[in-house]
Design a protein around this ligand. Sequence first.
Ligand SMILES: Nc1ncnc2c1ncn2[C@@H]1O[C@H](COP(=O)(O)OP(=O)(O)OP(=O)(O)O)[C@@H](O)[C@H]1O
Length: 605
Amino acid sequence: MSKLDDRPDLSFKDQRRLFAWAWTSYVRRFLWVIIIAGILMSVEGSMLGLLSYMMKPMFDNVFISGNYDALYWVAGVIFGIFVVRAAMNLGQRIIITRASNQIVFNVQHDLLRHLMMLDTLFHSANPPGALMERMKGDTGSIKSVANVVITGVGRDIVSLISLLTVVMVIDWKWTLIALVGTPFLVLPSLLIQKLVRTVTRENRQIASDMSTRLNEVFHGIAPVKLNELETYQSDRYRALADRRINSEVRASIAKALIPAMIDLMSGLGFCAVLLFGGSEIINGDKTVGEFMSFFAAMALAFDPIRRLGAVSGTFQATAVSMDRIKAVFDTQPNLVMSRSPKEMPEALGDIELRDVELAYGDLPVLRKASFVARSSETTALVGASGAGKSTVFNVLTRLVETDGGEVTLAGTNIRDLDLANLRSQFSMVSQDALLFDESLRENILLGRTDVSEERLREVMEAAHITDFVDNLADGLDSPAGPRGGNLSGGQRQRVAIARALLRDRPILLLDEATSALDMRSEAVVQAALDRLAEGRTTIVIAHRLSTIRNADRIVVMDGGRVVEEGTHDELLVQDGRYAELYRLQFRNSDSSGDAEDADEETGAA
Ligand SMILES: Nc1ncnc2c1ncn2[C@@H]1O[C@H](COP(=O)(O)OP(=O)(O)OP(=O)(O)O)[C@@H](O)[C@H]1O
């Protein structure tokens, strides 16, 4: 599963494709809102033309002819123009803000769902900070298109058309002279657009690296402090921030270049008209009012023209962000989903791995691994660290896809089963129990509303949670803290066990489920797990071999292969890898009295 690498620069066709995708997927459903906002904007924009046109009666009828009556109606009309402008602007702003936020949240919502569908390998390759930046930073730039482009462009185009109509009506020759420099803008603007795209892409990447850095610092705040990495981390962040400032400045220069060039061209046109038109007024061929109207229209056109010039920069920047978002949507999960999934077998039956192969990139992790976990029995997976035991769990729950071989549940290939249905067969407790930043109650219930207080209490007692919960000020409603940080490792593990007890599914997967518990708690929780395991198909990975010696079957893994299988006694008689591990652990725990130390030394799971 791929890392989200940057894609090549966007051609004009790519950009058209991206905007077409955004339009059909997200914007089109707001067509009516856009039309209404467009009407309001058109009215607002046309008011500028009217305003400039009012210069003519103001100068010719009021100032030059000295007509007092005209003074009142001209003033009234001009005030009316401003009232209409204000009302239209307010109306369309409200409408578009609502629509643009809705569009962005829709994109974010779809993106979140899509990201949650992508498999574990994708998430291992792409750090959370980088994904958050795509979700927030890049979608935010779509909003700027909605806000700036849809609102601004509509209004500015209408303003420009109305102002151009006024200047054309007054004198088409003056208009042509004013616009004489425009064709020279085309080539430089194309080059500038490419520059904007390049700088924006770089900028987004730096923003993503910054989020990743922050995410890692806050996630690993304890190791940062304990290894005195504060200065190192803040220097790294500062280096990124310096690059970001640099690239922000370059991006804004690039974006400002087009309006700056438009300014220059407008200045040239302005002076040319002044030179040419000034003499016509001096000669009496044109009135002062006409001249003032023309210049007012020209001056009022500056802002819309400059903004329209800047729009192309915004468009380019947004195209880059949309491309980064589209890259996520284009990434498909590695999982092969069955189009017509088979029914889940009534009686679950055995779980079988047959010649299963899996590699993470170039690293082979499972190599033709085969074993059977019999229905309603407990199977233990044993082997050195990195042997591939947890990967077997990932394969069973289809968090990762195998490269070869097959996994069956009661004879049915798990690929032929509905994914959600398959996952609903498992309860799992893993070594690093992940808690959410919610109350303990919410962490145990995980959204379920059908659990009675009695059942909840029962489960808490079995998982040995009541011990510590009853001592908390808010009891079960105490917050677990970010990633369960308010609890100890052992307490977190007990919450995870309570979840599994409550979930109560036919297959139980325990990955060093009691490794963080003290001896006394472990004995009690282990008893609860043993009770839970009764009648269920259980696969257990345990640190201490003593905890799995009663398993119905022990599967020994080494380097991604199954190297031995049997009961504890059979494996001891075989005198192979298991017997070696067991003796080593037994001897160490015998001499030190601490089985855990022995486990760590041997690396046995
Ligand atoms: N998401 C991943 N991306 C790349 N490599 C991975 C990933 N997950 C695991 N690995 C690699 O796969 C190998 C097997 O890992 P696995 O977690 O299955 O081992 P394990 O037997 O459960 O080890 P332990 O007893 O230490 O938990 C290891 O070498 C590990 O580096």
